[in-house]
Design a binder for this molecule. Structure first.
Ligand code: SAH
Ligand code: SF4
Length: 411
């Protein structure tokens, strides 16, 4: 069954929410307890059994990180091969894993139908942030973004989205100690507190526009936040949108995570050019949707991302206008200033460091926090918006052609 991506822009048919596997088994990754129970029932278990087993499976899959049914010690021995024949607990395939000199890690991943996408882990002193992808490619084409030069191939399924978090936990060795064996509760609790963990935060800032894959992103985050599984707090998850206004309220209501908005410009003229979705949903609408965002408060502020582009959006006047807009709408907000990360064929340059500093100072003087984000993982091209394998680089002519196609689709 095909499904259209919600929204007015460039609806693209995408495959059904579970990517079919060559061996015919169903991948349980990304499924909620009720979905697992329904699958078990379809496979022949009675309702009560299905419910009980789904609860056990959910715990083993997401809390313990187990990938083999045979390791599930509280499930009857004769039942385990029955499960193994019908189901798998999948992970994205790893095509390539890189570690930067600053500790940033990047993975090139592949889906069961051979689509490639990327994920990045950024360790800091007080936190570890996993940057995950929501789509392969993107329907939008922000002019400074490398992903924007790709065609949208398809939405990622909940399994492929949750699978990124699972894989990062595998790689960081962060499952409760001895995940393959039975643990007594004391040991379990001791090795499972958030404090000592490397992966503490998730940002949906990899490839794709998460709000154009709303249902799958929501379902995936529900799994990630579930208390019996990965149990990440919604306060530690941030969804970044280029400004899909009609879906912002639902994001707050149905997912409840922190919101980041890729603002990048304060005038219609400049935003129309660099973030073309602005032609559909203008600045006023966008800022009003931010003001109405459910759950935003001084304790949970909206982040405005602002990429620093030389002679494009970086004047003192732009900085003052930014403060004026944020205050005008009474927004509990902070600003992240992102030095532009150049890529081959990009038509912009990064603003000079002094310019960025001055811009930041003006916003700070206006009473709004505006730190400059230090670029991370530059040596492995790990920056947001640059998540694409070098092997897939397109020629300039090809990039121009794709950009034109997308502009035409935007109308
Ligand atoms: N589609 C979503 C989320 C993914 S992009 C969005 O646009 O918000 C994550 C962030 O990286 C966005 O703020 C995006 O504007 C920024 N970004 C993209 N390309 C960049 C580049 N070359 N240099 C710096 N930031 C970039
Ligand atoms: Fe898509 Fe975000 Fe890149 Fe824009 S910045 S093209 S919305 S991924």
């Amino acid at each position: 069954m095909d499904m259209a991506i919600p929204g007015h822009i460039d609806p693209v048919p995408v495959p059904r929410p579970i990517t079919p596997r060559a061996d015919g088994r169903s991948d349980l990754m990304g499924l909620m307890r009720e979905d697992i129970a329904a699958l078990l029932e379809t496979a022949g278990l009675d309702r009560k059994q299905a419910k009980l087993r789904s609860k056990q499976l959910f715990h083993w899959i997401y809390h313990r990180g187990v990938t083999y049914f045979d390791s599930m010690t509280d499930i009857a021995k004769q039942m385990r091969p029955w499960l193994e024949e019908r189901f798998v607990i999948g992970r994205p395939q790893v095509v390539e894993a890189q570690v930067s000199s600053d500790g940033t890690r990047k993975w090139l991943l592949r889906t069961d139908d051979s689509q490639e996408y990327e994920m990045v882990f950024i360790p800091d002193a007080d936190r570890g942030t996993l940057c995950i992808s929501s789509q392969v490619g993107c329907t939008l084409n922000c002019r400074f973004c490398y992903t924007g030069t790709m065609r949208l191939v398809r939405n990622l399924t909940p399994g492929e989205i949750v699978g990124q978090v699972m894989l990062a936990r595998d790689a960081l060795g962060e499952w409760p100690k001895g995940a393959m064996d039975q643990l007594d509760d004391e040991e379990d609790a001791a090795s499972y507190t958030a404090d000592g963990r490397l992966l503490t935060n998730i940002v949906l800032m990899g490839m794709g526009e998460p709000l154009y894959n709303f249902d799958n992103v929501r379902d995936a985050m529900k799994v990630v936040m579930h208390g019996d599984g990965l149990a990440l707090s919604k306060r530690r998850i941030t969804l970044s949108t280029s400004g899909v206004v009609p879906l912002m309220a639902r994001c707050g209501e149905e997912i409840g995570v922190n919101l980041a908005v890729s603002l990048h410009a304060v005038t219609k003229e400049v935003r129309d050019e660099i973030v073309p979705i602005n032609r559909k949903f203008g600045l006023e609408e966008l800022l009003q949707a931010c003001a109405d965002y459910p759950g935003a408060s001084n304790a949970r502020r909206i982040t405005f991302e602002y990429v620093m582009l030389k002679d494009k959006n970086d004047t003192d006047e732009d900085a003052r206008e930014l403060v004026r807009l944020i205050k005008g709408y009474g927004l509990p907000a902070k600003v992240n200033l992102i030095p532009f990360n150049p890529w081959p064929g990009a038509i912009y340059e990064c603003s000079d460091p002094e310019r960025i500093k001055r811009f930041s100072d003006i916003v700070f003087e206006g009473g709004i926090s505006a730190p400059v984000r230090t670029p991370r993982g530059r040596d492995i091209m790990a920056a947001c918006g640059q998540l694409k394998s070098a092997s897939e680089k397109k020629s300039r002519a090809e990039l121009d052609r794709l950009a034109e196609e997308k502009q035409a689709a935007l109308g």
